[in-house]
Ligand binder design. Structure first.
Ligand SMILES: Cc1cc2nc3c(=O)[nH]c(=O)nc-3n(C[C@H](O)[C@H](O)[C@H](O)COP(=O)(O)OP(=O)(O)OC[C@H]3O[C@@H](n4cnc5c(N)ncnc54)[C@H](O)[C@@H]3O)c2cc1C
Length: 484
């Protein structure tokens, strides 16, 4: 064994003894769990996976990786579809196994959440006290990546982005030091972590504002024939004009829906109302007027089940390529039809594809827009709706084909939407960039576009907290140069 291999082994053994959690290598029990990600295409062969239990464990793991000159990756729920929570040959710090708690302080209306928790835990614990915060709409998603990247969900209309609800963070820095970040302590770090992702360290605890939440909500799934597309788009436009903060709409053209013939696209509208069913139905009148072919209404859906409704459709496993679209107005019918046609062609030439679809979140933006753009590092606040193009498949040999097809669909959708917006003279209202967490090419995207006007300050914060840029797997921020 060479001298350096002996040294690595000695450091590894020392770390193993020091940790109250675990460290595993390829072949060890728990390793496959440690590298598995929501999309199989994002799993990478780490040299070591650490399952920390404490801040000290995280700190020691960082020091070990730096001594050994190994890349670091941090995993919470593993849902990043850019692979940013995985490392090939480096050290993966997997927070999800042990640091996955949530506890509630009902008097102060605060939720304390471990950096490796999923939203399901947060919702369950919060609702034991009738309290909730802004979670994503699929609750097996991790708190860590979603909250640090921005975060939106059904409660965004009322309470803004997830980042707008963070009041404190515990962060293990690149140096191994553990710090508290809030408005008073390390305020720059606090600002940067709210939208700057994992660029500044490992967040081991989040503290969120929690809001009173009624126990049940109204949700309805409305299914339409594709011929109704134009009328549904019109209804969305009408609804958006006066949408209340307690309402929300997801809509999409999907090819795999329970009970539907696979392959043919179906048009689905999911309407959410945080209140009584009768009022919800009134608010959704324009969608009923279009004439759905089927409806599945949940009049008194327990709030804790709301964000589990889409869990199965978005289950772990298989390969996925998903691309978010720039935040814009609802796309024109021609753009949707062109993308559906392109998807049809891909399915015809590759029948093993599991699913392709177009999904939009058209939830109200007033609360998110009420927060000034520079108040947090998150730069995606815009008046438009969030579109996503998805493709699920199993065969790894299709990776390149699927990626290039989805990029092409995104180009079609973006260009045709842009043209329609310009034709209508609405350019001013369509501000907004692609949501950082929906970018499958996060590590190579231009950060000045992703972070917009907040990028110069983010570079300063990076210089203060990670000057050697060891946290570089998401949208890496270039540390600002030291002044002469
Ligand atoms: C099925 C599905 C549904 C989704 N729905 C929504 C939605 O409704 N709203 C929304 O806003 N987004 C949504 N997203 C996008 C989501 O925000 C991202 O996929 C996000 O990366 C998920 O976070 P994670 O912790 O599961 O991911 P991970 O892959 O674990 O992490 C993502 C990134 O965050 C970093 N990170 C994670 N935790 C920490 C931590 N504690 N400290 C430091 N860095 C950390 C990782 O290093 C990595 O770079 C959805 C994604 C999927 C797959």
């Amino acid at each position: 064994m060479s001298y350096s291999a002996q040294q690595t082994l000695a450091s590894f053994s020392k770390l193993k003894e020091t940790l109250s959690g675990e460290i595993v290598c390829p072949g060890d029990e728990g390793y496959e769990y440690g590298i598995a990600r929501w999309s199989d295409s994002c799993a990478k062969q780490a040299a070591y996976v650490v399952f920390p239990k404490t801040n000290e464990d995280v700190s020691e793991s960082i020091k070990f990786a730096r001594e050994q000159n190994l890349e670091l990756a941090v995993c919470c729920g593993g849902h990043s579809f850019s692979g940013s929570s995985s490392t090939e040959g480096g050290v993966a710090i997997h927070l999800g196994k042990y640091i996955n708690y949530a506890r509630c302080d009902p008097e102060k209306r605060l939720l304390y959440v471990g950096g490796g928790a999923t939203w399901e835990v947060v919702e369950r614990v919060g609702m034991e006290h009738g309290l909730a915060t802004v979670a994503g709409s699929v609750n097996h998603t991790g708190v860590g990546g979603l909250a640090l990247g921005g975060g939106y969900g059904w409660l965004t209309g009322r309470y803004g982005m997830t980042v707008d609800n963070i009041v404190q963070l515990t962060v293990v820095l690149a140096s191994g030091e553990v710090v508290t970040a809030n408005e008073k302590e390390h305020p720059d770090l606090f600002w940067g972590c709210r939208g700057g992702g994992g660029n500044f360290g490992v967040v081991t605890e989040f503290v969120f504002k929690a809001h009173p939440q009624r126990p049940t909500v109204f949700v309805t799934y409305l299914l339409y024939a594709m011929e109704k597309l134009e009328s549904v788009l019109h209804a969305i436009g009408e609804w958006e004009k006066n949408a209340g903060p307690d309402e929300g709409v997801h809509w999409g053209c999907l090819r795999v829906l329970p009970g539907m013939k696979p392959g043919t696209p179906n048009l689905l509208v999911i309407f959410f109302y945080n209140g009584e069913a009768a009022e919800g139905r009134k608010a959704a009148k324009m969608f009923y007027d279009v004439g759905p072919t089927a409806e599945k209404a949940m009049d008194e859906l327990p709030f804790v089940k709301l964000n589990s409704l889409q869990n199965d459709a978005d289950a772990h496993g298989g390969r996925k390529y998903i691309k978010g679209l720039p935040n814009r107005s609802t796309p024109p019918i021609e753009a949707i039809q062109a993308v559906l046609q392109a998807q049809e062609e891909l399915i015809k030439s590759h029948p093993s594809l599991v699913h392709c679809g177009i999904v939009y979140d058209a939830s109200p933006k007033q609360a998110a827009l009420a927060v000034p753009l520079e108040a947090t590092a998150y730069a995606g606040r815009g008046t438009g709706c969030q579109g996503i193009l998805i493709s699920f498949y199993k065969d790894p040999s299709l990776d390149d084909v699927v990626r290039s097809a989805v990029r092409q669909w995104a180009k079609i959708m973006t260009e045709m939407t842009e043209a329609a917006v310009n034709d209508a003279g609405k350019a001013a209202e369509s501000v907004g960039i692609c949501y950082s967490n929906l970018d499958p090419e996060a590590s190579s995207s231009d950060p000045s576009t992703v972070f917009g006007p907040n990028y110069p300050r983010l570079r300063e914060v990076k210089r203060m907290y990670d000057p050697e840029n060891i946290w570089n797997k998401w949208h890496p921020i270039e540390p600002a140069e030291l002044p002469n």
